[in-house]
Ligand binder design. Structure first.
Ligand SMILES: Cc1ncc(COP(=O)(O)O)c(C=O)c1O
Length: 459
């Protein structure tokens, strides 16, 4: 008679446990094909369990085809040809390493002191208590209408862009949207990106087996001569505010790039990441606005304006691509939850978003000013030079040092300082001797600690 002892620490119910044991014995041929299983009653008695427990276990095995039954005769093991199943080796999975740093000047983050948690929880309660059925239905594939409408209003108010909700696609992050763009425009095209620039995009291209080329920058942004020499059909640029150099592309260069796109029926992906936080001057017209021929796909994200944890980004498609999107990619579900979209729409509609951006712009300005004045008063002041301090939530710190960039990054990590160097934004490694200092995640009390660590790094 089959006998299985039930371990005390099992997380399974008795019937699940018996089902598992019998299944394993069948797979490993301890129970042979057509062998008769004990009757339910006898087996229940032997295991000291109820009849229903055995019935449930046998029924599950029957449904999955491991056993069969013959009326009035009982249950038998099915004959199944198993491939040679190698015995399972314990797989070693990589450890998730989360290194704790004293100060993080690398990650684009937001200090918890600056996030409007109380407003967000008030709106969350309001939205949830509405018990609106929209919360529980699959969001429209391009994103919830309320959010797309408020994004349109924001784009109009912030940068004079006139777009319709039908043109907006909401997605969980810029990388996700890039995958959609590739599927929309086609894998046969050649894509180009800025060097230096946001290198996750090149990873997306690589993993999609896309041909892509790097185009260098000059003082006005993407080098137009190099773009014309390339074979690219699609180019990714951040004309308002290039990250991390902070270059703003002047109108002459913008028109040249638009002409390039018009002349060859090419496309421009305008990544407006970071544009809301330029600390000096007025917001700059987007390329999308001056494009007359539907050549520009506009992208932006809430990762900087709210927090990178949100994973809410969006793109604005020119009208002819909306139609193509709906024909080709209509089956994709929207990758952002309706809950988050509707709360964000409320946050924007009720004017909190604009207030938040204005408040953050002021706070970031104060943090930057404090950081720079403490840096200039510190012992390493004569060894460093600061540029792009109006570039948004980061500045460039140029230093003199005999060490390679990667050595400096390691030395910084060893004292608890997380940094990235400008060279990390280039395709080929070189020594930039420049740190890209992201200060958005710092609270005021952390500035002296950051200065102290930078001093230790360079002395
Ligand atoms: C130029 C640029 N675009 C987009 C992003 C990220 O956007 P998201 O968080 O929406 O994926 C980054 C992040 O560093 C970036 O540098």
């Amino acid at each position: 008679m089959l006998t299985y002892s039930f371990p005390n620490d099992s997380h399974l119910t008795m019937y699940e446990y018996l089902y598992q044991c019998i299944k394993e014995d069948i797979i490993h041929l301890k129970l042979t094909p057509h062998e008769k299983l004990p009757s339910k009653r006898a087996f229940a008695k032997n295991q000291n369990v109820s009849l229903i427990t055995i019935e449930n276990a046998y029924n599950q095995l029957l449904i999955e085809g491991y056993i069969y039954s013959i009326e009035k005769k009982g249950y038998f093991v099915s004959e199944i040809q198993y491939p040679n199943i190698p015995t399972k080796k314990a797989v070693k999975l990589p450890q998730e390493i989360k290194k704790a740093y004293l100060i993080d000047l690398k990650t684009n983050s937001v200090s918890p002191k600056h996030f409007p948690f109380s407003t967000w929880s008030k709106l969350t309660r309001q939205v949830l208590s509405s018990q609106d059925s929209e919360l529980l239905t699959r969001p429209p594939q391009q994103g919830c209408l309320a959010l797309r409408e408020t994004i349109c209003k924001h784009l109009y108010a912030f940068s004079g862009m006139n777009v319709l909700p039908q043109q907006i696609i909401i997605g969980a992050g810029t990388e996700y949207l890039y995958n959609l763009v590739i599927q929309l425009l086609g894998r046969q095209l050649i894509y180009a990106l800025e060097n230096p620039g946001h290198h996750s995009i090149s990873k997306v291209y690589q993993l999609n087996d896309i041909s892509y080329q790097y185009i260098p920058l000059d003082k006005d942004g993407l080098n137009i001569k190099e773009l014309k020499k390339s074979q690219a059909h699609v180019v990714h640029i951040s004309p308002a505010h290039h990250y991390p150099t902070g270059i703003t592309m002047p109108i002459k260069r913008r028109l040249e790039i638009l002409k390039w796109a018009n002349d060859h029926q090419n496309y421009i992906i305008e990544d407006d990441y970071d544009s809301e936080f330029r600390l000096r001057g007025k917001p700059i017209s987007t390329l999308y606005q001056i494009d007359q021929n539907e050549r520009v796909i506009y992208m932006n994200t809430f990762s900087k304006t709210l927090a990178p944890s949100f994973r809410i980004s969006y793109m604005v498609l020119p009208p002819h691509l909306v139609q193509r999107f709906q024909e080709k990619l209509h089956f994709y579900a929207c990758s952002v939850s309706s809950f988050e979209q509707i709360i964000l729409a409320e946050f924007m509609q009720q004017g909190y978003f604009e207030k938040h951006i204005n408040r953050m712009r002021n706070s970031y300005k104060l943090i930057r000013d404090d950081f720079l004045s403490q840096l200039h008063a510190s012992p390493i002041a004569h060894q460093i030079r600061i540029t792009e301090e109006n570039a948004g939530l980061h500045f460039l710190l140029h230093y003199t040092s005999p060490f390679h960039d990667n050595e400096i990054v390691q030395q910084a990590a060893a004292i608890g300082l997380h940094i990235s160097t400008l060279s990390q934004f280039y395709d080929i490694p070189y020594d930039s001797h420049t740190i890209v200092v992201n200060y958005s995640g710092l609270a005021f009390h952390q500035i002296p600690v950051a200065i102290e660590l930078l001093n230790r790094l360079f002395t």
